[in-house]
Design a protein around this ligand. Sequence first.
Ligand SMILES: Cc1cc2nc3c(=O)[nH]c(=O)nc-3n(C[C@H](O)[C@H](O)[C@H](O)COP(=O)(O)OP(=O)(O)OC[C@H]3O[C@@H](n4cnc5c(N)ncnc54)[C@H](O)[C@@H]3O)c2cc1C
Length: 389
Amino acid sequence: MVKGSVPNTADAVVVGAGAIGASVAHHLAAAGLGRVVLIEREAGPARGATGACAGGFRQQFSSARNLALSMASVPMILGFTAEHGLPLDLHQDGYLFCYRDEASWATACAAAAQQRAAGAKVDCVSPSEVAALLPGLSLDGLVGATYGPEDGIADPAGLTQGYLTLARRGGTRTCFGVEARTLQMTGDAVTGVETTAGVIATPVVVSATGPTAADLPATAGVDVPVTPLRRHVVVTGSFPGCPRRHTLVVEAATNFYFHREGRGVLMGMPATGERPGLSAPEPEDFLAGELLPEAIRVLPALAEAAVAAEWAGYYEMTPDAHPVLGPVSGLAGLWLANGFSGHGFQQAPIVGKLLAEWIVEGAPRSVDVSSLTLDRFTTGRLLAETQVV
Ligand SMILES: Cc1cc2nc3c(=O)[nH]c(=O)nc-3n(C[C@H](O)[C@H](O)[C@H](O)COP(=O)(O)OP(=O)(O)OC[C@H]3O[C@@H](n4cnc5c(N)ncnc54)[C@H](O)[C@@H]3O)c2cc1C
């Protein structure tokens, strides 16, 4: 097959082979949509936000919608291998949010009570319980932590590859090295997508384009308020005192986080004064001046660790830190799965399922996501999420 070729027609075109697009393609094919085509401008899958991702999944969200999405999605991650017979590297060692002042601890406990009322497994634990869970974590000023024992980490690229394998088994054609340039329209309906390898006529285009999600819909005059926000990740080599558990620890005051990765740890943190945009300037001295001092403050044993790898990726932020899902009012055929604001990996399984239900059956049945359509930005029905890590 010629690299980068595309078919002339399809029943649905999914744009983007990150975790979201791969899940959407699989679920569309599994729902029997017909000829599904997945196009990706890079030479392989998971090269956008998914490839930079820390892989955390959790039930600790302040928003009922994000919580509902995670509670439906996380079991699909946990059960992926059993259900599909495909490998997925996964550690269910929990998520620990650490609080070092009384006021934020009180707020966190109230939020945890709400999460429990919604069915999530979240415990409020004491500093001594934290010490037992994660020996070596600084207890300096620690008031308490919220712990989600059913939370964990998994391999984002592995999940993406898994869904692509399933999508191909279901008949999906995957086309790498192909960029979607413009949406083609007849009246108020999408009739195709023009790509770098030719036009694909289709009545359904699913835009799963990650941090640059605003670009393709803009070719049809649709404003999708997704902004890229750079986030750095550092992975260390082995060091004495490296935690054995893979618990994802978040220092709530700074949003510094880490989890065991290989023989070291993977860690990240927002930079002070971070600015959105693909061309936002690199924060000066972030690694030596901000990330590493905070890392050593939280886990003092990291003072002996060496940096083994580092990279940056982009969150796909919306104004209310919730995804934009579903159809676009007044424009038939364009479907959005965008704006996951730092938590899209864990939502990918259920988002694929919901989009397939919406497109094939006419409504998203598994989770009520009616509040997550694009029109909330024009009608002012914005949501709120305070636990963006
Ligand atoms: C540093 C970092 C840490 C993170 N940690 C977590 C975490 O712990 N847990 C969690 O749940 N989430 C986390 N996230 C967020 C998560 O990675 C994203 O929300 C998720 O991967 C988004 O998946 P996606 O498929 O929508 O986007 P992407 O993975 O970016 O995929 C979009 C794809 O679309 C392609 N594309 C774009 N435009 C076009 C076009 N016109 N034509 C063809 N192809 C196109 C891109 O090349 C890309 O491959 C993290 C993100 C970052 C950056």
